[in-house]
Design a protein around this ligand. Structure first.
Ligand code: FAD
Length: 386
């Protein structure tokens, strides 16, 4: 890396959005490098849904078939009453999604997906152990300084650095994200252990209780051998821990859900071995998506509670639209490109952010086509807001 002093585009953060941005910008012919603070990525215990809206982008990157092969293909998103098991909604996915929305709907381990994303990048363009600590906006470029002592000058900088984004801080000033008052427990479950109880578990089901308390459970592998759940639980007070997550326990799960849980939920709790607890953070809708040579995408720009399963999908959609805007204008006219990007993304990302935070998505029968049928690869770009 020491010989690189000037690059076209620096993507800060190689998370789900940053890795997509790097792949798409590279494919579009831009000289792009991605800088990630972590020394490496590990397979953290969590799943993720990827909608057809984003599988179309993975088709562009060349990963659609691979991810479809690894991930599970739920036939429906079921919503069920957590006590009685009654069905509140049955949203068709599976073959219906392929036919109606133009690509599969998958659920997958996020570590498996991320590993595929990183593996698809040119190795010499991804730089681990590069934590951005400072930046200086100059006449012709931005000088980036990293914790490892390296400096890089980039003509454009994409802040894909997540909810605590340093690029966001540079644009809008320091402001900590707000604790949403909700936590999520996350656990990976061995499906064979679950099946031993004699019940057949649906591949994607959200169990609901009063006050929108819930457990979202789904398969993370094509063969159905791994199952995952994430809860949403409102709590009193703030998040008192210094760490990003803490250990939880089967006992805590029983205390929250056990008393009035359907036998299938009880089975899920019984099969729990390790479970962790995560705070859900939030920010208000941002007033600024870019300034000068800096722009934001994903959680750096529009973090949300995860209840629509579209946070990463929005980050990856951002990456696609940003790439198309830059393709249209070239990097020289980046102001127009950033204006097109914001004009095309703001309304949709804000709508998803709002509904996701409200935690109402697919609880009742509704048509999800506006989310899943959207095609970020071909949808019209809006005129620049600039
Ligand atoms: P991140 O994935 O957070 O990546 C940011 C990256 O930037 C990280 O790798 C970080 O190390 C790096 N970074 C940060 N600061 C610096 C720095 N100074 N220098 C260099 N690198 C830096 N979304 C879905 O689409 N579907 C789901 O089913 C879903 N389920 C979820 C469940 C839960 C419980 C949660 C909490 C979220 C869920 N999401 C889901 C949302 C999704 O995880 C996020 O929206 C997504 O990860 C955002 O991607 P990002 O690239 O913007 O940020």
């Amino acid at each position: 890396m020491s010989d690189i002093t000037h690059i076209d585009i620096a993507v800060i953060g190689a998370g789900l959005g940053g890795a997509a941005a790097a792949a798409l910008l590279n494919k579009a012919g831009f000289a792009v490098h991605c800088f990630e603070q972590a020394p490496e990525f590990t397979r953290l215990g969590a799943g993720i849904h990827i909608g057809p809206n984003v599988m179309k982008i993975f088709r562009e990157i060349g990963l659609e078939d691979r991810l479809a092969h690894i991930g599970a293909h739920p036939s429906h998103w079921y919503s069920r009453d957590g006590r009685t098991g009654d069905y509140l909604s049955k949203i068709k996915l599976g073959d219906f999604a392929v036919k109606e929305y133009g690509a599969p709907y998958i659920t997958i381990h996020r570590g498996d997906m991320h590993a595929e994303q990183i593996g698809a990048l040119e190795p010499e363009t991804v730089h681990f152990d590069y934590r951005l600590t400072d930046l200086q906006e100059r006449e012709d470029d931005v000088l980036l300084s990293f914790a490892n002592g390296k400096q890089v000058a980039a003509r454009l900088v994409v802040g894909a650095d997540g909810i605590n984004s340093m690029i966001r801080e540079k644009l809008l000033g320091p402001e900590k994200p707000r604790f949403s008052g909700w936590v999520g427990h996350r656990a990976l479950i061995d499906m064979n252990k679950l099946r031993a109880g004699g019940m057949e578990y649906e591949r994607c089901v959200k169990w609901w209780w009063e006050k929108s308390r819930h457990i979202m459970a789904y398969a993370t592998k094509a063969d159905g051998s791994e199952y995952y759940y994430v809860t949403g639980v409102p709590v009193e007070g703030g998040w008192e821990h210094d760490t990003g997550f803490v250990e939880s326990s089967k006992e805590e799960m029983e205390a929250i859900f056990g008393d009035d849980a359907h036998p299938m939920v009880r089975g899920l709790i019984d099969a729990t071995t390790e479970v962790t607890k995560w705070p859900f953070w939030n920010r208000d809708v941002l007033s600024l998506w870019s300034r000068g040579r800096l722009c934001l995408l994903g959680d750096a720009c529009h973090p949300m509670r995860p209840h629509m399963a579209q946070g990463a999908c929005m980050a990856i959609e951002d990456a696609m639209i940003l790439t198309r805007a830059l393709q249209q204008t070239g990097t020289g006219d980046y102001r127009t490109a950033f204006g097109i990007y914001e004009a095309t993304r703001r309304e949709r990302a804000t709508k998803v952010q709002t509904i996701s935070n409200a935690n109402t998505w697919l609880k009742q029968p509704e048509d999800p086509a506006w989310v899943y049928a959207y095609d970020p690869v071909h949808a019209p770009l809006q005129d620049s807001v600039a």
